[in-house]
Design a protein around this ligand. Structure first.
Ligand code: HSE
Length: 315
């Protein structure tokens, strides 16, 4: 189902045909919505809903209603939709648990980079003290282009939109909300905090001038939009000056997150944080994990887990 209509075939959808139709006519099928999308989700015989509608940080809709319909009709949910997760993290988990189905959302933070999985592994057997990092690809892309090529803010933002990194409403990126939402999801997922978006102190990069970026560069530093969460400082999103050689000082649409653990120290994960194919890889990873859990198999485990680096030696 997309904005243009829906396609249902009990024998399985011919993807080639659907993609061809979408390319040529702009629609997946000649059928238009004549029923509310949540009703279609509720009624269709399927095992999993993959929810990838544009995120709404105020109401969580239509994603929230889609997920609720899926859970109530006992379907697993795989999603990269941040709004519903940040607004109703515990309610969604409770609905999934109550209906005996899975909720997976690794694409909601880090695009294709398994930030949440890595954080979970880091905090297993150790105490997570805090997290700090870059969670928005669009802002990092803009800041990198401003410092490297002297591109003006607006032109750099247009570039991020063209590359498909930015939200449908790009002010959500540049004003720091997207970063805040990902921080909230991460902090709750890793049991670092039970905070919501209203608890995050947010300052975006809109006011950052080329002058500030150039000055930092001359001093061997860089401006980056940093999100942090810890018991002492709470949840904060703000442009921050970082040393060039610091692992968090990454470029382009990448994300980087440092997990600080009491006994094992800090660990950093870096990777592409936005983009269609990147996020699709997370959705596919989650879908395979859903299948693996149903089958009771280890599934598509991350390499660091499969190698037995954490949680005991591989046997
Ligand atoms: N607009 C988001 C970003 C997309 O730039 O990081 C990935 O969540």
């Amino acid at each position: 189902m997309d904005r243009s209509g829906w396609l249902i075939d009990e024998h399985g959808i011919d993807l080639r045909k659907a993609l061809k139709a979408k390319k040529e006519t702009g629609r997946v099928s000649p059928r238009v919505h004549d029923a509310p999308s949540a009703a279609v989700i509720r009624d269709i015989e399927a095992e999993v809903l993959i929810e990838a509608t544009p995120t709404d940080f105020k109401t969580g809709e239509p994603g929230f209603s889609h997920m609720k319909a899926a859970f109530e009709s006992r379907k697993h949910v795989v999603t990269c939709n941040k709004g519903p997760l940040a607004l109703a993290y515990y309610a969604l988990h409770e609905l999934a648990r109550h209906n005996g189905v899975q909720l997976r959302f690794s694409g909601a933070v880090g695009g294709g980079t398994p930030v949440l999985d890595f954080g979970k592994t880091c905090s297993t057997g150790d105490r997570l003290i805090g997290i700090r990092g870059i969670l928005n690809g669009t802002c990092n892309y803009i800041l990198t282009r401003m410092e490297g090529e002297g591109v003006a803010f607006e032109a750099a933002l247009a570039g991020a939109q063209k590359e498909g990194y930015a939200e449908a409403d790009p002010s959500l990126d540049v004003d720091g909300f997207d970063t805040a939402v990902k921080l909230v999801i991460t902090a709750n997922h890793l049991k670092l905090s039970k905070a919501g978006i209203k608890d995050v102190k947010i300052r975006g990069i809109r006011g950052i001038s080329s002058k500030e970026v150039t000055k930092a560069r001359r001093e061997g530093k860089a401006v980056r939009l940093i999100a942090s969460a810890s018991a002492e400082s709470g949840l904060v999103v703000a442009p921050t000056i970082v040393e060039r050689e610091h692992p968090l000082c990454i470029s382009g649409a990448n994300n980087a997150v440092e997990f600080d653990c009491e006994y094992s120290g800090p660990k950093v994960i870096i990777g592409k944080g936005a983009g269609g194919p990147e996020t699709a890889s997370s959705l596919l990873r989650d879908l395979l994990e859903v299948r693996a859990k149903i089958d009771g198999q280890p599934g598509s485990r991350p390499a660091w887990r499969a190698a037995g680096a954490v949680g005991g030696p591989a046997r």
